[in-house]
Design a binder for this molecule. Structure first.
Ligand SMILES: [Zn+2]
Length: 174
């Protein structure tokens, strides 16, 4: 499959991805899953309410790539009504976005993400998140960045009731 003509008129593409998952206390039979971000499990008394594994970092990165390509977003490609995606490892979603990117003749230049989480520290696992993302995005770790922030106690994210992620990606000719 050749590169569509419409994509030959620029040297790079920028994509933005955003995701938020509600965090609920763990309870027997409750809605929460273990908290996973960037493929790294966090010991936490709350977890995301999600159909898949609820990895908000992988979801934001997937949407950033799909957005840069002008493709349907993660919710359209992987509807949460599809039983195949129940508790799905979200690395699969990133992999599908990367496959579409490569098919269209692009590769990742760099990716930068901010994880906003009040009650667990991203710092100690940042290098593991970067390693996971670098492997999935097929780039050196130096081209992948993850920053952790709190929400200063403000609003639902600040009260620990949600995790929020922003991601920006630049795609260059593959
Ligand atoms: Zn999500």
């Amino acid at each position: 499959m050749g590169t569509p003509k419409a994509q030959n008129d620029t040297h790079f593409l920028v994509g933005h991805g955003y995701d938020l998952h509600r965090l609920e206390f763990h309870a027997p039979g409750g809605p929460a899953r273990p908290l996973v971000l960037g493929g790294v499990k966090f010991p936490h008394n709350r977890g995301p309410v999600a159909h898949s594994d609820g990895d908000a970092l992988y979801h934001a990165v997937t949407d950033a790539i799909l957005g840069a390509l002008g493709q349907p977003d993660i919710g359209q490609l992987f509807p949460d009504t599809d039983p195949r995606h129940e508790a799905q490892d979200s690395a699969v979603f990133v992999g599908e976005a990367v496959k579409r990117m490569k098919d269209l003749g692009w590769r990742v230049g760099n990716m930068d993400a901010t994880v906003i989480l009040e009650t667990a520290k991203v710092g100690p696992v940042k290098s593991q998140m970067r390693a996971n993302l670098a492997r999935l995005l097929e780039v050196p770790e130096s081209r992948v960045n993850v920053k952790g922030k709190t929400h200063e106690g403000v609003d639902a994210v600040g009260e620990g009731r949600a995790v929020e992620v922003h991601a920006v990606v630049v795609l260059v000719r593959g």
